[in-house]
Design a protein around this ligand. Structure first.
Ligand code: 4AD
Ligand code: MG
Length: 452
């Protein structure tokens, strides 16, 4: 008997006895044979429990089993070309660990999305959700591996932050209790900005500013963690909590940055094609469009993009930012990812370096994914001059005192540098071809809900 057996390894155990520990996700019965669909976390397999091959008591157990009951089952693995899994188990023994209540709330009927989201804790068990979260885990590792091989050091940036990285309208305030003890003595701690009168921190929108500090110590750095935006957007692309990988490199200019983003995305797509075939199959993902993701990506400036959009029938006006619909229009038109570069400063953050030729344009880029998906990466070259950066804070109506530490970086050995942020769930929505980004994270938080 092999107690360490996992379903994914069935091919190595043909005609051998194995013990599976897992869950029954479907049961069919044809009188003297009961078919149990079983999963164990590693994969799925069908088991036949035949009245003539097992003791009466075991057949009784199989008969009693409800969907989602947990079990220990012993049997022989057989090759079964008619099964979608290629193998099946002929049961010899079976014990119920915990009999699930009948009936499982999200049994295989059609359900509305709100219902499924309310039962997310159980919905995770469905094969589609299983496949998506396995690809998510794979991509997290692939991102780490890629950056480490490229010489990037992982730096963990803080989640509680004193000021905005990406605009003040999407900040989540959090009461910051230690700094404001109860009682009479409510003096502002010396390390807090004296202008700050309200007792809260903000959840991080991006670790970028902290990475900019770390490049002077480590040259090339990245972070990867949860980020937060109080997004009022009700689109299929927005979460209020999502995972971002920020990367930042000293001495990297704008052109090099685009090349690096391209290399990373191509690497990740290849990795998923090489390692997640079974999961993509569960999702019924057509992989042909992904196989076309090869360098070089298309590149258009913001101005060229506007021209293209107008040709494609958009009513976008000069100087306007692209909306979700514009991104969809473009990326339904183009087969490969698209870099849009040099956005006007009016709708980009304070930290972007400006174009030498056109002061009002930033050295910024968005990378848009194909098949209608739109932005998955935002990046750019950073302003490295102290006086100009100070001016930018003032123009943006931001209090420069909130950013004293960030300005310091331009006083002590400032260098040209660039970086970018990749939204993990946006990447996954594209790879898995999801209708909505909320399936790309285990427990999604959107403007509508933060439960379960
Ligand atoms: O374009 P964004 O806002 O850029 C930054 O935050 C930079 N500080 C990153 C950097 O340069 N280090 O966000 C980066 C990416 C977007 O391209 C998108 O993929 C994702 O983060 N993103 C979101 N994903 C889900 N829900 C949201 N509300 C998102 N907002 C941004
Ligand atoms: Mg962006």
């Amino acid at each position: 008997m092999n107690t360490e057996f996992l379903i994914k390894d069935a091919k190595n155990f043909v005609n051998q006895n194995v013990t599976v520990r897992g869950w029954v996700f479907n049961k069919r019965s044809s009188g003297s044979i009961i078919f149990l669909q079983i999963r164990d976390g590693s994969g799925f397999i069908q088991t036949t429990v035949s009245k003539k091959d097992v003791p009466a008591e075991v057949f009784g157990q199989a008969h009693e089993i409800t969907d989602e009951s947990s079990i220990v089952l012993t049997g022989t693995i057989k090759a079964e070309p008619r099964s979608p899994y290629g193998f099946e188990i002929q049961a010899k023994d079976l014990k119920i660990i915990s009999l699930a209540q009948a009936e499982f709330p999200i049994a295989a009927k059609e359900h509305g999305i709100d219902f499924l989201l309310s039962w997310r804790h159980l919905w995770l068990r469905s094969p589609r959700q299983w496949a998506i979260l396995r690809i998510r885990s794979r991509m997290m590792n692939a991102i780490n591996d890629f950056l480490q091989k490229e010489g990037y050091l992982r730096i963990d940036s803080p989640i509680l932050t004193p000021s905005a990285c990406e605009g003040t309208t999407t900040l989540f305030p959090v009461p910051y209790l230690p700094a404001w003890p109860d009682g009479d003595n409510q003096t502002v701690p010396s390390w807090l900005n004296p202008d700050q009168t309200k007792p809260y921190a903000f959840l991080s929108q991006s670790g970028q500013l902290y990475l900019e500090a770390a490049i002077a110590a480590h040259r090339k750095v990245y972070d990867f963690g949860p980020t937060f935006r109080a997004e009022k957007s009700k689109t299929k692309r927005h979460l209020t909590e999502f995972w971002m990988m920020d990367a930042e490199a000293a001495f990297m200019d704008f052109e090099e940055l685009l090349g690096f983003e391209e290399k990373m995305i191509c690497h990740l797509i290849q990795d998923v094609l090489d390692n997640c075939r079974a999961e993509l199959q569960v999702l019924e993902r057509d992989v042909k469009p992904l196989e076309k993701i090869q360098p070089p990506f298309l590149r258009l400036t913001y101005e060229e993009t506007l021209k293209k959009l107008k040709e494609l029938g958009s009513d976008i006006q000069d100087g306007e930012d692209l909306g979700n619909d514009d991104e969809t229009t473009l990326m339904t038109h183009f087969e490969k990812p698209l870099f849009i570069t040099r956005f006007p400063s009016a709708f980009k953050a304070f930290y972007f370096k400006r174009d030498k030729e056109k002061e009002n344009l930033t050295l910024s880029n968005d990378l848009l994914a194909s098949e209608g998906y739109g932005e998955i990466v935002g990046g750019g070259q950073r302003e490295d001059d102290y006086e100009i950066l100070l001016k930018r804070f003032r123009e943006a109506g931001l209090n420069e005192n909130d950013y004293g530490w960030y300005l310091d970086l331009r006083k002590y050995g400032s260098v040209p540098h660039s970086g970018f942020g990749l939204g993990l769930e946006r990447l996954l929505a594209w790879i898995c071809k999801l209708e909505h980004i909320r399936e790309a994270i285990p427990f999604p938080r959107t403007i509508y809900r933060f439960t379960p």
